[in-house]
Design a protein around this ligand. Structure first.
Ligand code: ADP
Ligand code: MG
Length: 245
């Protein structure tokens, strides 16, 4: 379980998150929606310890991550939690195999044979066999995204944070990624936090939806019931009402 309690962070005197409270239950897919620039990525980066809040605490399985050193974060948090970044974030100069091996760097105990097996299994899980020796430039955008996900699951994380995994992909590729998120959730039991603007898909693949607005979670609901809510801000957002600022 991830517990975010009264999280506050700002940059250059401007408050971005102003008391976020949110709990992510084990096994669920929780989607976070909100206007661009509202702090969704900042929230995920706080959860995985890439940013430190000004106030508040985050507990992951009861351990407070907000006070952890980089060493502790790598040892206790990033072995069980990983993030899929918005733009895939693969290294162009490295093969697919070497990119995925990067995901193993927090654990020094893997033999070469183990590493090869893990790379193979991770690629197989995302439906990409036999591309170990290819470079990112030789792959399509959708394949790059899936390699990014393969890297993120290499250590069999309990938690995955996805930052806009389908933004910029065509509807068919978006469906492939959405199906993959559900498959990893069901087959590997990966608790998932997903930032997405694709409200239609969110309703289909998530368990719950939370809306971040003006620094706070203003509404959270069952995803299957997201089209029947009585929260005005939430409704305006999912219907694309331009009066929402
Ligand atoms: N490391 C940083 N330093 C300064 N400002 C930042 C930093 N990260 C994010 N911001 C600012 O915080 C705000 C929220 O950003 P972000 O979380 O990326 O929004 P989004 O909801 O679109 O993901 C933006 O105004 C952004 O410019
Ligand atoms: Mg973002």
């Amino acid at each position: 379980m991830v517990e975010v309690k009264n999280l506050k962070i700002g940059f250059n005197g401007k408050s971005i998150l102003d008391g976020v409270n949110l709990t992510v239950q084990d096994g669920e897919i929780l989607s976070i929606i909100g206007i661009s620039g509202t702090g969704k990525s900042v929230l995920l980066k706080n959860i995985i310890g890439l940013l430190k809040p000004d106030e508040g605490v985050i507990l992951v399985d009861g351990l407070e991550v907000t006070q952890m050193t980089e060493f502790e974060l790598n040892k206790y948090l990033r072995t069980k939690m990983n993030m899929v970044f918005q733009y895939g974030a693969l290294w162009d100069s490295m093969t697919v195999e070497d990119n995925i091996r990067l995901g193993l760097k927090y654990n020094k105990n893997f033999s070469k044979a183990d590493q090869e097996r893990i790379v193979k299994e991770s690629l197989s899980m995302v439906g990409l066999e036999g591309i170990e020796k290819k470079y990112p430039a030789e792959l399509s955008g959708g394949m790059n995204k899936r390699v990014g996900i393969a890297r993120a699951i290499a250590l069999q994380p309990k938690y995955l944070l996805y930052d806009e995994p389908t933004t910029g992909l065509d509807p068919v590729l978006s469906n492939t990624i959405n199906d993959l998120i559900v498959k990893l959730n069901k087959e590997l039991n990966i608790t998932s936090v997903l930032i997405s603007h694709d409200v239609e898909s969110i309703g289909k693949i998530s368990d719950r939806v939370a809306m971040l607005y003006h620094g706070k979670i203003v509404h959270i609901c069952n995803a299957k019931e997201m089209w029947q809510q009585d929260n005005e801000i939430f409704n305006k957002f999912i219907h694309g009402d331009k009066s929402l600022q």
